[in-house]
Design a protein around this ligand. Structure first.
Ligand code: SDX
Length: 379
């Protein structure tokens, strides 16, 4: 088969699906979930309500939301065999690898692949949304040598996650801000991990494999893993005075500035703007982060040098400063992203199943033909 259009590295600008889940206007800095602007959702909604919206296409009414929250609460616990499996993971392993393995392991317990059955779809959605946060928190406690704590039924989705992580009930402001972070990260059209989820889904495998493959893709530093690297970068810069010299040296060596640039946005990512203001709200209450001034100075310096190329802060630039203030360790930033993005991955899984055709693109072959086979002793 011949290619029907020119090859573009990274599939830039090439549609790979039709979708009604989210919309990005990268020139005007607009992001909508099912047509609703992200700032409206961040202001008024909750993560589970947003997950429902993304996956089933409409905001739930009060009864539907309560039923959904109740189901998710009920499925938060992990089977002891999964907890025991996690205890065998090396403590030094990255929490994203632990999460990918644990999410895949759910398939051992729950896979029936009844993909045409709406009850199976709903159960898988509920299980994944419920158990992914418990897995992230469990690995954090296990690697410190502790038993994971059980989820608390009286706490909402975000408050319960922060509780399971620290064994302390968070104050309402922290829980609310964390919930907004989850809303902001829940979905973003055909990003790399979502595409990975869709490709996996298109083979009609089980949803746990779909989410596990997406977790593996999100982990990379060019994608979700950038949020961790932003903190390392701010630490390396060390002071506001050092920002310009550090940046110039980095650009001279053709290095990337983590948390900046985006395939679609050519202005500041609207999520970065909201995350910056969430960070400021936390600083007002709990005191400023030593890295915040450096981050603001870096944003200004990058804009001066790279603004003409459309390089501005993306979602990963300010999220780490919020998470740090919430007491979340740096290497859990990307797993937290995964907790939230599970909603988007599942929405695309469901959409893919509704009109499935296996992904099987083509290539432009650049190799040779009719080459002689040389036996090993002759090479
Ligand atoms: C996420 O797709 C999504 O929606 C992702 C995401 C989501 O919600 O799912 O928004 C989440 O993944 C955010 C991105 C996190 N990654 C980083 O912060 C890593 C740093 N940024 C980049 O490496 C880069 O900007 C990407 C990976 C985000 C985008 O890569 P592209 O579209 O392939 O762009 P490119 O690497 O080809 O760069 C184009 C130009 C180059 O300059 P020229 O060679 O044309 O002169 O822009 C420059 C690049 O050098 N450039 C940067 C830069 N990003 C782009 N230069 C310095 N620092 C940067 N960060």
């Amino acid at each position: 088969m011949t290619a029907v259009c020119e090859y573009r590295a990274g599939l830039e600008g090439i549609p790979v699906t039709q979708s009604s889940i989210s919309f990005v206007d990268g020139h005007r800095g607009i992001l909508e979930y099912r047509g609703i602007p992200i700032d409206k959702l961040a202001e008024s909604s909750t993560f589970l309500e947003v997950a429902y919206l993304l996956i089933w296409g409409e905001l739930p009414n009060k009864d539907e939301l309560e039923a959904f929250e109740h189901e998710v609460n009920h499925h938060r616990r992990l089977k002891y065999r999964i907890r025991d499996m996690m205890k065998c993971f090396p403590e030094s392993g990255h929490p994203m690898d632990a999460l990918q393995a644990s999410a895949a392991a759910l398939g051992l317990f729950y896979s029936r692949r009844a993909l045409a059955d709406p009850a199976y779809i709903r159960a898988a959605v509920v299980r994944l949304l419920a158990k992914i946060p418990t897995m992230v928190a469990a690995f954090q406690l296990i690697r410190k040598g502790n038993d994971p704590v059980q989820p608390r039924d009286d706490l909402g989705y975000s408050a319960n996650f922060l509780y399971m992580l620290s064994e302390k009930e968070p104050d309402p402001l922290s829980a609310m801000i964390f919930d907004v972070c989850l809303i902001l990260h829940a979905e973003h059209t055909i990003n790399a991990s979502t595409f990975s989820a869709m490709v996996t889904a298109s083979t009609l495998t089980d949803p746990y494999a779909v989410v596990a493959s997406a977790v593996g893709t999100l982990a990379g530093p060019l994608h979700g893993g950038a949020n961790e690297e932003v903190i390392d970068m701010l630490e390396e810069i060390g002071s506001v005075e050092n920002v310009e010299a550090w940046l110039d040296a980095r650009l001279a060596s053709k290095g990337k500035i983590m948390g900046f640039g985006h395939r679609v946005y050519k202005v500041k990512d609207p999520r970065a703007t909201t995350l910056q203001s969430l960070a400021e709200r936390l600083f007002e209450k709990y005191g400023e982060d030593e890295y915040y001034e450096i981050a603001v100075a870096l944003e200004k310096a990058v804009e001066e040098r790279l603004g003409h190329k459309g390089i501005y802060p993306n979602v990963d630039f300010y999220s780490g400063l919020v998470y740090r203030k919430l007491g979340i360790p740096t290497d859990l930033f990307t797993p937290v992203f995964a907790i939230s993005r599970t909603a988007g991955w599942l929405a695309h899984w469901k959409e893919q199943l509704a009109e499935n055709r296996i992904f099987r693109p083509t290539q432009i072959y650049t190799g040779t033909h009719e080459v002689d086979y040389v036996p090993i002793h002759g090479r």
